[in-house]
Every structure is written in structure tokens, then in C-alpha cells.
Write a protein that binds this ligand. Structure first.
Ligand code: ADP
Ligand code: MG
Length: 455
């Protein structure tokens, strides 16, 4: 009987050490590392506390492993139960169902199109992408089991394609009898058209039905392609009904893709939709480190100031961040005298670029940056809504437009839902005062400007 509650955390740490030996480090770090124990009961149950439902599902999937490790540490047979915060008080003792894996034998060999260079190991995780990363990893760990479909949306260059291939690579590595396919929606359309031409659409559908994991990239391009909608609808339903995993990506949330049939839209968000955002400064820097490592470049040859400069100016889009790093390396190899990459080299390498980027700033892009920052839409900023967060975002938009574009207060009023000149003036004054007084405003506005200036 090892009941002493004072030792609970120590016991859980010992169990975690055992678990860590048996699961992938990436799985361990994503789901287990921060988990906590709630209680060990007299009737040999260990109650584990998790932060969210996804973590809970992963734990449920591995419940036997956790129980086995617990039994090793406590030297007795124990059962494990997993609760999220809300359930803990009310649901103690509730039995959770255990799930079984579904696998099918390999029948035909479809080319999976999965690119091995994109995997979870070289995907840098931070606040901007941790939800998508965690959901993607879960779908690779137990395809068809958690959220289906998983819908990952986010602007260009934020890692959607990288995550899709990572799912494919991970699933391939850990369960070699799975049939997986990565396909872009454009490729899908081409294949549908082609199959119709050859009168082989049934075969095409039947082939797709055999998949265990279907990864469709940039589903927004399916918009307006009605024949493809229909075929995709069949394939989608067949796979989801048979608990086969579908992961879709798009540059927009399903409800915002115009030209898609309603029945598809509702299917697309019937599972889980997760968003990707631009990386924060630290993550952008960590991505740069990772890319240097992949290119086998010694980071000591680049001044930290330079990496900070890149992370500040190019982090809206990771593809651009990578491009900037490559440009810098190319420039320093070909044009700089010295082996070290200093700020002086960087300034020369980007001399023409930053000024061009500034020119792209517009009323719309500023409103968009503010809206994104506060999780709102531009339409809400323009609206008559008086909710505090919306009013605040509206005032910050007015302030930033005036500051960066120097257009008249009256014109700004026109551009933001037809407000009059004096409303804009007082909003501008208010934000200026708040900026002097409140650090939170400085942080928010710095962050919005940073993103705004490097689109
Ligand atoms: P998307 O499909 O969203 O347009 P990609 O997946 O093609 O974006 O990503 C663009 C580039 O940025 C790729 O080279 C990818 O490896 C890289 N990238 C994006 N996010 C990350 C990340 N979190 N860690 C490492 N590399 C990343
Ligand atoms: Mg992509």
C-alpha cells in the first residue's frame, strides 16, 4: 500500500520515467511530460489528470501501457483512469471505454507521395502551432480514432504541408501495414477528370476506399469543381464511416471556403478544426536554428542579432523566413568578405526587400493584422458591435492606420464602418495615452506591428 499523498508526485514521476522508455520521445514530450497525477485510491486505481480531451484520448489509447508501468513502479496491479479537469470532481469512478486498433492488410500498392524530409522531428512546436501539432500527431498515432476528419487551416507557409507529410511518415514508420496517401486537391481533381475520361471512376473510388489514411492538402482548390465534390463526398463518407483517418488542410476555415457545397463544408468541420498561426519570435528563432542544423551550418558563424532580425522581420510566413535565411547564406557566401554573418552583411542582403515589403501595408492589411491578433474578423472591426474587445480592436486599428499610413481621420472613419472624424480622433488619442500608461498595450501593439510589417 503506497498511499501517501505526499509522495504522489514522486510516484508519478517514476511512472513517467518508465513510460518515457516505451514511447517515442515526441509522443512523450507532447502528451505525457506535463501530465499530473490526481490520486491513488484504496482499490488500486490511479487517477490521472489531463489538460484537454486530445491528451485524454491519447492516454486512453495507451491506458494499458500506463497501467503496466504503474504496476511496475508500485509493485502491485493497478488500474489507470484518466480525467480532464471538469470531469475530476463529478466523474470519479466512471469507466472509460477502451478502443481497438483497426488495421487492414495491404492489398494494392498505391504510391503514397509522402516526402520523407518533412517529419515531426524537424517541426518546431510553439504556441502558434501546438494545437495543430498535437492533433496531427494523435491522428498519426491512432489513425481514424480521434477526430475525423482533422482539418488544419492557416495561411500559406505556416506548416500545413509539413504536418501532413509528418503524419504520413510517422504512421508509416510505426505501423507498416497501413495504406496511406498524400494528395493535393488539385491532383485529386486531375485524377477524377482523368478517371472520367477513361471511364474508370468506379475503380478510382474503389482504390481510394482501401486507404487507411488520406491526407489531402489545400482542399480550398476543390471549390467550384462540382464533379470532384461528388466523388470526394463518396470517398470521404466511406473512409470516415470505416474509421479511416482523413486529414485536410486549407488556407481557410471550412466555413470560409467559397464555392464548396454545403454538405462538404459540414462534413469538413464535423471532426476537429485546428488553426496554425505565424510563429512567435522564439519559435521563429528555433525554426532558424533547426534549418541551420539541417543545412549543417554552424550557428556560431551567424551573429545572434542577425537571427533576431530575421525572426522579427520574416516570421509571418515560415516559408519566407526560410527564404530569408537562404538568401542571407547565399549572399554571405558570394558577396561578403568575411566568414561571419554580421548585421552589416544582413542589412546589405535585405536592402531592397524590406522597403518593398513596407509598400504593401494598407488599411485592409492593418485591420486584418489587428483582427487576427484578437481572434476577430475584419467585419467585426467594421461593425457596430460594442463588445469591449471589438471596440478595443477597432480603436487600435484606427490608431495604427493613422500611424503607419498617415491618411486623414475622416478617411479612416470611412474605411472603418463609416464612422465620423471625431470618433477616430478620440480613439487615436485614447490609444496613445494607454500606450504610455499600460505595458499590455505596448506588448499588443508591438506584436501586431511586427506581424503587420513583415507580411
Ligand atoms: P503551408 O503548407 O502551410 O503553406 P509548409 O508546410 O509548406 O506550409 O511550410 C513552409 C516551409 O516552412 C516548409 O519548408 C516547412 O518545413 C517550414 N516550416 C513551417 N512551419 C515549421 C515549423 N514549425 N518548424 C519547422 N519548419 C517549419
Ligand atoms: Mg502547403
Amino acid at each position: 500500500m503506497k498511499q501517501a499523498n505526499g509522495h504522489l508526485n514522486k510516484i508519478w514521476r517514476d511512472i513517467l520515467i518508465e513510460i518515457e522508455k516505451s514511447v517515442d520521445s515526441i509522443v512523450y514530450n507532447t502528451y505525457f511530460k506535463e501530465s499530473t497525477i490526481y490520486k491513488i485510491t484504496d482499490n488500486n486505481k490511479v487517477l490521472v489528470k489531463v489538460d484537454n480531451n486530445l491528451q485524454k484520448m491519447v492516454f486512453m489509447e495507451m491506458i494499458e501501457l500506463i497501467a503496466e508501468k504503474t504496476s511496475i513502479v508500485l509493485e502491485e496491479q493497478y488500474k489507470v483512469e484518466v480525467y480532464n479537469k471538469d470531469e475530476l470532481d463529478t466523474l470519479i469512478g466512471n469507466q472509460q471505454e477502451t478502443n481497438k486498433f483497426m488495421t487492414l492488410p495491404l492489398e494494392i500498392d498505391l504510391s503514397d507521395n509522402i516526402q520523407s524530409q518533412y517529419n515531426f522531428d524537424n517541426f518546431v512546436v510553439g504556441d502558434s502551432n501546438k494545437e495543430s501539432h498535437s492533433a496531427a500527431l494523435a491522428s498519426a498515432l491512432s489513425p481514424g480514432h480521434f477526430y475525423n476528419p482533422l482539418f488544419i487551416f492557416g495561411n500559406s507557409g505556416l506548416g500545413k504541408t509539413h504536418l501532413l507529410h509528418s503524419i504520413g511518415n510517422y504512421a508509416k514508420k510505426h505501423k507498416n501495414d497501413l495504406k496511406i496517401m498524400y494528395i493535393t486537391s488539385n491532383d485529386f481533381i486531375t485524377r477524377v477528370v482523368d478517371s472520367f475520361k477513361k471511364n474508370r471512376i468506379e475503380e478510382f473510388k474503389q482504390d481510394m476506399y482501401k486507404l487507411d489514411i488520406l491526407l489531402v492538402d489545400d482542399i480550398q482548390f476543390l471549390a467550384g469543381k462540382e464533379k470532384s465534390h461528388e466523388i470526394f463526398f463518396y470517398i470521404f463518407n466511406e473512409l470516415v464511416n470505416n474509421k479511416k483517418q482523413i486529414v485536410l488542410t486549407s488556407d481557410k476555415h471550412p466555413t470560409e471556403i467559397k464555392g464548396l457545397e454545403e454538405r462538404l463544408i459540414s462534413r469538413f468541420y464535423s471532426g476537429l478544426s485546428v488553426g496554425l498561426d505565424s510563429p512567435e519570435f522564439e519559435v521563429a528563432k528555433a525554426i532558424l536554428d533547426k534549418k541551420l542544423e539541417l543545412q549543417m551550418i554552424n550557428p556560431d558563424n551567424i551573429d545572434d542579432e542577425v537571427l533576431s532580425y530575421l525572426a522579427t522581420h520574416f516570421s509571418k510566413d515560415v516559408r519566407k523566413l526560410e527564404g530569408a535565411l537562404n538568401r542571407l547564406i547565399f549572399y554571405s557566401i558570394n558577396f561578403a568578405d568575411n566568414d561571419r554573418i554580421t548585421m552589416e552583411v544582413a542589412t546589405k542582403a535585405f536592402h531592397n526587400q524590406t522597403s518593398r515589403e513596407r509598400d504593401t501595408l494598407s488599411v485592409e492589411s492593418i485591420k486584418d493584422s489587428v483582427a487576427t491578433y484578437y481572434g476577430l474578423t475584419v467585419r467585426q472591426i467594421d461593425s457596430k458591435n460594442r463588445t469591449r474587445i471589438i471596440v478595443n480592436a477597432r480603436h487600435i486599428s484606427m490608431y495604427l492606420i493613422r500611424k503607419h499610413l498617415d491618411i486623414s481621420f475622416a478617411k479612416i472613419g470611412d474605411e472603418i464602418g463609416g464612422r465620423d472624424h471625431s470618433t477616430v480622433v478620440s480613439a487615436y488619442d485614447k490609444i496613445q495615452k494607454l500606450l504610455k500608461k499600460e505595458a499590455s498595450y505596448q506588448i499588443a501593439i508591438n506584436e501586431i506591428e511586427r506581424k503587420m510589417l513583415n507580411q
